[in-house]
Every structure is written in C-alpha cells, then in structure tokens.
Design a protein around this ligand. Structure first.
Ligand code: NAP
Length: 530
C-alpha cells in the first residue's frame, strides 16, 4: 500500500530533525522521516571512534532556533564527544516529539519523480512505498559512505578491523592489543592520541602529514558558559553574518602588512586560544595569498618541531602543502603522541602499503604485526550518500548521469531535472560550521515550500543555466584559494575514479546566506516554478 504524505525527509541528524520540525510543526504538513540508524544523531550516531568530538566550539555547534534550549542545555566542555552530541539531538527529538514521524533502521533505496502529478515515490529497504510532494535530503556529506581503500589482502586479516565512521557502538577493547591506524585526516588525528592511551602498541601509517591546531578543550574557565549564555543573541548575529558560521571574523589585516613581531604575537595568541579560530579569526589573506599563507604554515611547522621530540619523526609529520589547502584540523595532543615509546610512525610515502596479511600490514620495506586495524580513511563525500539511493528525476534523469563530471547544485539547495527535491547542504553550499549552514538551509526550504503552497505552485527546481553559473562560481572560488591547490576529499580526489570537482562553496557564509534570501525575495530567481 502506498501512503501519501506532503514530504519525505531522509536522515535524522541535525538537518533532518530540524526539517521535520519545521515542516510538521510550523507548516502543518504531513511528514515521514526515514533514518538508517537505530536512533537520531546522523554523523554523531555513526562516528563513535575513540576521541570523536566536534571541532566547532559547542556553543555554536547546536541549533540557534530554540532560545530556551540554548539557556537550558549544559555542555560538559568546549568540544563534546560524539555520545554527548547524540544525546543533545535525542533531547531535541523528544522535546519536539519528533520520533513519532521517524522510521528508524530503514534505508531509503529509491525515489522516483512523476512529472504528471508532481510527486515523488519513495521506496525503502523494508519494502515500504510512500508518495510525497516534496523530498528533502538530510543525508549529510559523509556519514554513510565510508571509504575503505582497496588494499589487497584485507579479507585475509585475522584480527579485527573497523572504519572510524562505523565504529561499533559498544566500543572495541583495545587493551593489550597491537593497533594500526591508516589515515591522518580529522578522524585519524582525533583517534590516534586516544587509541595510543588504550592500546599496547600503536602503529600509524602516514601518507600525507597535516597541520592541526590544539583544541584546548580544557581551557574554559568558570565564567565561560554564563558569559556565552548572556551573549547568545549577539553570538548568533555574528555567526550568521560571518565567513564561516562562527562568531568571529578575521582581524582585518593582511599578514604581511604588520611587523614580524606583531604577526607572531597574533599567531601565538590564537594558538594558545586553540581551535578553528586560528584559521578563520586570523589575518584576512591566509586563505588566498600564498606569501601571507606561508607565514602561518611556517609558524605551524615550527610548532610541530617544538612538540615532537625526535627531529626525524617531526620532519615526517611536517606538511609541505599550504595551511588551509585542506580542511583545517583540531586536535588534543596529536603531535605529542609520537613522543611515546609505544607509538610507531610509518611514513608510507617512500615505502607504500603493499598488502594486508593475515597478521598485519606489509609495506614495501617491512611488515607490521597487528591485532586491530583502524581505517581512518575518510568518505566518498557528497556523491556517495546520493548515489547510494537510486534517485530518478524528470523523464528518468539520474544523479549518476547528471553528476558524472562532479556533483552540482544551485546554491547547494536544488539540482536541475529533480523538481521538489531539496538538498540540505547539497553540493555547492558552504562548509564552515555545519549546524549554522543546516539551519539556514532548513529555514530557506521551509519558506520555499510555504511559498509554493500559498501560491498554488506544484513544483520548483533549479534552472540549469543558474546551476551552471553557480557551479562555475564554486570552481572559481576554490581555484582562487589555497583549497584549490591540493587534492583531497573536498574535490573528490580521495576516491579512485571519482570525478574531480569542488563540492563546497568556499565563499563567505554570511554573504552566501544573504544571497539565498535575496534570491527568494526576488521570486526565486534562478529557479523554475510551475
Ligand atoms: P580524510 O580527511 O579524507 O582523511 C583520510 C586519511 O586516510 C588521509 O590521511 C588519507 O591520506 C588516508 N588514506 C586514505 N587511503 C589511504 C591509503 N590507501 N593508504 C594510506 N593512507 C590512506 O577523512 P577523515 O579524517 O575521516 O575526515 C573527513 C572529514 O570529515 C573532515 O575533513 C571533516 O570535515 C570531517 N570530520 C570532522 C570531524 C570533527 O568535526 N570533529 C571529525 C572527523 C571528520 P591522503 O591524505 O594521502 O589521501
């Protein structure tokens, strides 16, 4: 039996929960939400590896729409762990009685648009079929599409292996074990210090060294939360008009217009404060001027040399790409971990991993015996979660075909040929502090759906010309910045055979948010309404 609803929302993380609340409780629509996990949480439901925390400050890594909740909720510290973030989202689900419209443990396998009646037919892995006017994806960019490199011999491994993005919820007992970690991105950098504490011995297989700023999780004083709670209105005003969704701006100066002494003072202060502010609250030109950037990159290289006792190990850990050419990382004692006697760093650049054997990992010049192997090897970002669902738009158009040169989306919200499909933080939207981007998208989508209904309109979709222009703008914006100089998951380079394209808009979040609003106010300019 096909059930009819106004809207289907896929995913019950930050995005899906707020979307369900907006559509059902503010607009009065009937909504079904499907979630692959057994509870709410999205990325924080799945990413339960040791040390998994947000690396945005918690006071803005949350919803801003519920002012009472902002005052009532008490985070345990500056960057809560995954379980606490899940608990927050569970509380939100209960507070708004959202669970009654969420079907858990259910994966949406297909969605097909019928132009004749402007409706989506959505099918799940439990065999349920639902018809809806609107289809909204809150599937995240990463969560469900873990990337495990195709290294020969993994099937033969007799120990346990896990991907950080699908860590067993009951945990993994690493005591007394020889553990190997492949990957030193955000996930690897977060889990390596914690695994080193738990395991008998840790071997880290490093291919690309990374910059990382200390989180300073422990740095907050007793007035920290009262001050924040008293200032919340202004914090959100600043965050929503800022470059990255955080309540701070760059300092207005170019790195080379100040003296070296002044520059070092700025870097030292931000380093002591910790967190992503080092990247976004520093000099204005670090992201796009290579001479300016070099001053920050060199500062961080020197910090690595200070933190790592063995000079040879330190040199292996020093990146040769510019800071901010990859997504910045925040850590707790990552570099210091390499000073431990029970941690071995294996640089796989001169001697790559050749195979996984029944008892460990073999590189071109040695074999490393292991009981547990951890893949902190990232995700098939953006296209992975979408391509896992057989989504067919008008006249059978598929995302696989439409995105064969890389994923595209007009303002990251919609893509041509897929009417009434809304993507929360789809390709071409900003990265930054994601809950803030998510809230903006959810509110824009809810307003748009309200507009369609109040004006008797059946559908909306991105105009192909507007989408093309936006996609070119996204590419140009990346090309003009450090981020455009280096391959990473941000341009699809981490997955063999994947099309290369920048999946995020590296422009100013506040101005992007305003642009989305302006487009709507001008009668949804760049969209086709029918
Ligand atoms: P990632 O940044 O893509 O890092 C994957 C790592 O695996 C890289 O070091 C990569 O090396 C390595 N790798 C992949 N295949 C390999 C192979 N065959 N041999 C050796 N090394 C290999 O993935 P991630 O760390 O999961 O992070 C992805 C994104 O998730 C982050 O940028 C961030 O946006 C998000 N995230 C956020 C948080 C947070 O907020 N706290 C935490 C975790 C993740 P190469 O660089 O050489 O390819």
């Amino acid at each position: 039996m096909t059930r009819d609803v106004d809207a289907v929302v896929i995913g019950a993380g930050f995005a899906g929960l707020y979307m369900l609340h907006k559509l059902r409780d503010d607009l009065g629509l009937t909504v079904r939400t499907f979630e692959a996990g057994s509870s709410v949480g999205g990325v924080w439901y799945w990413n339960r590896y040791p040390g998994a925390r947000c690396d945005s400050d918690a006071f803005v890594y949350c919803y801003s729409f519920d002012k009472d909740l902002l005052q009532e909720w008490n985070w345990s510290g500056r960057y809560p762990q995954a379980a606490e973030l899940s608990a927050y989202l569970e509380h939100v689900a209960d507070r708004y009685d959202l669970r009654r419209d969420i079907t858990f443990d259910t994966y949406v396998t297909a969605a097909e648009y019928d132009d004749a009646d402007a409706r989506w037919t959505v099918t799940t892995d439990s065999g349920e079929v639902v018809s809806s006017r609107y289809l909204i994806t809150g599937i995240g960019q990463l969560a469900i599409s873990r990337f495990v490199p195709d290294i020969p011999g993994l099937d033969s491994f007799q120990g346990e292996w896990h991907h950080t993005g699908a860590w067993p919820r009951e945990g993994v007992d690493l005591a007394g074990k020889r553990v190997g970690v492949i990957g030193t991105g955000s996930s690897g950098v977060q889990c390596i210090p914690v695994i080193a504490e738990q395991a008998e011995h840790l071997t880290v297989f490093l291919r690309t060294p990374q910059y990382s700023v200390p989180a300073r999780h422990e740095s907050i004083g007793e007035n920290y939360w009262p001050d924040i709670k008293a200032d919340y209105d202004d914090i959100w005003r600043r965050a929503k008009t800022s470059a990255g969704g955080f309540p701070w701006q760059h300092n207005g100066k170019r790195a080379l217009e100040v003296s070296e002494e002044e520059r070092l003072r700025v870097y030292e202060e931000l380093w002591a404060e910790g967190g992503l502010k080092f990247a976004l609250g520093s000099f204005r030109d670090l992201a796009y001027d290579s001479c300016a950037n070099k001053t920050a990159s060199d500062f961080m290289r020197d910090k690595i040399r200070e933190m790592v006792d063995d000079p040879e190990t330190a040199e292996k850990l020093i990146p040769d790409h510019p800071f901010m050419s990859r997504r910045p990382i925040v850590d707790t004692h990552y570099f210091e971990t390499y000073n431990r006697d029970d941690v071995t760093l294996v640089d796989v650049r001169p001697a790559p991993i050749v195979e996984i054997t029944p008892t460990g990992v073999r590189t071109a010049d040695a074999e490393y015996p292991l009981d547990v192997l951890v893949f902190a090897t990232g995700f098939d970002a953006v296209t992975g979660p979408f391509f896992n669902i057989d989504i067919r738009g008008r006249d059978g158009a598929t995302l696989t075909e439409n995105w064969d040169a890389g994923p595209t989306g007009y303002l990251g919200l919609q893509t041509a040929d897929f009417p009434n499909l809304f993507m929360i933080t789809g390709p071409g939207s900003t990265l930054g502090n994601l809950p803030t981007t998510i809230e903006s998208h959810v509110e824009w989508i809810a307003d748009c759906i309200d507009h369609l209904r109040c004006n008797g309109l059946r559908s909306i979709e991105a105009d192909p010309e507007a989408e093309k222009a936006w996609t070119e703008h996204v590419a140009d914006m990346a090309a003009g910045q450090m981020i455009g100089r280096v391959d990473s998951w941000l341009n699809g380079a981490n997955v063999p055979g994947k099309a290369r394209a920048y999946i995020f808009y590296f422009g100013h979040f506040g101005r992007y948010r305003q642009q989305c609003k302006d487009v709507a106010e001008r009668g949804y300019e760049g969209f086709i309404l029918r």
